[in-house]
Design a protein around this ligand. Sequence first.
Ligand SMILES: NC(=O)c1ccc[n+]([C@@H]2O[C@H](COP(=O)([O-])OP(=O)(O)OC[C@H]3O[C@@H](n4cnc5c(N)ncnc54)[C@H](OP(=O)(O)O)[C@@H]3O)[C@@H](O)[C@H]2O)c1
Length: 247
Amino acid sequence: MTSSGREWDTEGQEKRVALVTGGNRGIGLEIGSQLSRLGYRVVLTARDGRRADEAAETLDGWASGDVAGVSMDVTDDESVRAGFEQAVKLFGAVDVLVNNAGIAIDGPEHRASAPDLDKVHKTLETNLFGAWRCAREAIPLMRGRGYGRIVNLSSTMASLELTGTPSSPAYRISKAGLNMLTKVLAAELQYDGILVNAASPGYTRTDMSPDAERPVEEGADTPVWLATLPDDGPTGGFFFDRKRLSW
Ligand SMILES: NC(=O)c1ccc[n+]([C@@H]2O[C@H](COP(=O)([O-])OP(=O)(O)OC[C@H]3O[C@@H](n4cnc5c(N)ncnc54)[C@H](OP(=O)(O)O)[C@@H]3O)[C@@H](O)[C@H]2O)c1
């Protein structure tokens, strides 16, 4: 550890720092866990700072001081700003942002023709604006180091081409917006060393999808792959099981 908070591995490579939003449970916690095992320094953020700390303590890198919990509500500008400030204070950088925090509060019966606009606003505020706020904080840090990876947790339910049913319009629209955010950020940042991609984890067993069969280890695989891409890796893509998914 140095006074800047940055740290190097045994081969002299600087350890990358990954910040995962909504990292206290589900797919986010598993992404943090896999990144920690790959040697990344990991900041797990959660709305409740105590739960962030408890989750961080379960990861491999905790004992060596390479994992930390930080409080962050992605719907709140000041909370996001303070969370990034804390991450930089702890580890000196944010090289990887995984926009994982998400909610699915409009059920399969919700219809776009009779919208509960309160639910729509809440969903967009978390799934789209939450990710956007975090990107706004992360990008100057990444630009300063000429390196960055941004991974947005999207869904096959956001695919314009694959969607043929009217269910859960707020969730679908929030993630379709996130997909476009992925495309425009990727275009803007293509000469800055920052790769921006969207991942569908698949229908994965978590609190959000308790009936799903897919384990979190599989749901986290594609986001982790995108978080750890080499410099010549893809940008502006939408992936499921490491393969391109139709927008
Ligand atoms: N599971 C699936 O089948 C599936 C499929 C496609 C896409 N996804 C996407 O994958 C991501 C992770 O889903 P999951 O299944 O792991 O869901 P989950 O178990 O419900 O976890 C969601 C996480 O997001 C956090 N969160 C929600 N609102 C937040 C806010 N305002 N600020 C900060 N954190 C917030 C939650 O924190 P709290 O504990 O504080 O609530 C929790 O840590 C989501 O973006 C989801 O849309 C999931």
